[in-house]
Structure formats: structure tokens, C-alpha cells
Write a protein that binds this ligand. Structure first.
Ligand SMILES: [Zn+2]
Length: 133
């Protein structure tokens, strides 16, 4: 991972930027939980903040409330391995994400989920069915 590429929220600080950043995280996976594929309603720190995890894109993945709550402060990869919905492709995607290779992560997620919609293309902004929660 290239430490210089990491986006430190503490530097971006203003709430607006924070919200944009959160949105962009969800957009990467088409608003689906990186672990189970359900709609992502939250952002999970892969390495928990209590263990020194930073609020960087590399350490923050879209997750549904169920996964986020169940995982709690555990290491994401260990936790994920025990889940019924464990999928090695998703595990690889999580690892790629942690390494900052979002392109690879998204490809792996697409592979794991044929219904995956890539919302990162240029047409994205033209779709107005985007309602703020
Ligand atoms: Zn989930």
C-alpha cells in the first residue's frame, strides 16, 4: 500500500467532504455490502479504530448494518472466514481493497455477484434516481 495515496479524513475534515467520501465508498460497490452483498447502510473499519485503524478509503468498506454490527471489533478477514456467506472471491476483494487496489476489488466483487452494477462509470451522474437517505 502506498501510504502517500491514503486519504486522511483528519486532513479533509469538513463535514461536506466527509459525506462525499462516505458516498464514494458506497458507490464503489454499487451500494452493496462488501461482505454479504446486501445493501450497504454503513461504513465498516476493516481494522477497527480501537486497534489503530484509520478512516482511510483503504481501511473503510461499505457494509450492511448486520455485518458491521456482528463483526464489531474483530479483524474483518478472520471474521468473514467464519460466515455462512463466505465467498473466497469476496475475501480476495476485501484484501485488494485493503491494499488500495479498488479496481481489482471491484472486479472481484463483480465476479462474486453477477447482478453487481458498476456505478463508477461516467453515466453515473446522469441517473437521477439517486435519493439521499
Ligand atoms: Zn453484509
Amino acid at each position: 500500500m502506498h501510504i502517500n495515496d491514503a486519504v486522511f479524513l483528519e486532513d479533509l475534515c469538513p463535514k461536506f467532504r466527509f459525506r462525499q467520501w462516505r458516498k464514494s465508498i458506497h458507490r464503489f460497490t454499487g451500494k452493496s455490502c462488501i461482505y454479504c452483498g446486501n445493501p450497504s447502510e454503513s461504513i465498516d473499519h476493516v481494522l477497527p479504530r480501537s486497534q489503530g485503524g484509520l478512516s482511510t478509503t483503504e481501511n473503510c468498506v461499505p457494509a450492511c448494518l448486520s455485518c458491521n454490527g456482528d463483526k464489531s471489533d474483530e479483524n474483518a478477514l478472520y471474521w468473514y472466514r467464519r460466515q455462512k456467506f463466505y465467498d473466497p472471491r469476496r475475501a480476495m476483494a476485501i484484501r485488494a481493497w485493503l491494499e488500495g487496489d479498488l479496481r481489482l476489488a471491484i472486479r472481484l466483487l463483480q465476479w462474486a455477484n453477477p447482478n453487481f452494477k458498476d456505478t463508477n462509470n461516467n453515466n453515473e451522474r446522469k441517473k437521477s434516481n439517486y435519493k439521499a437517505a
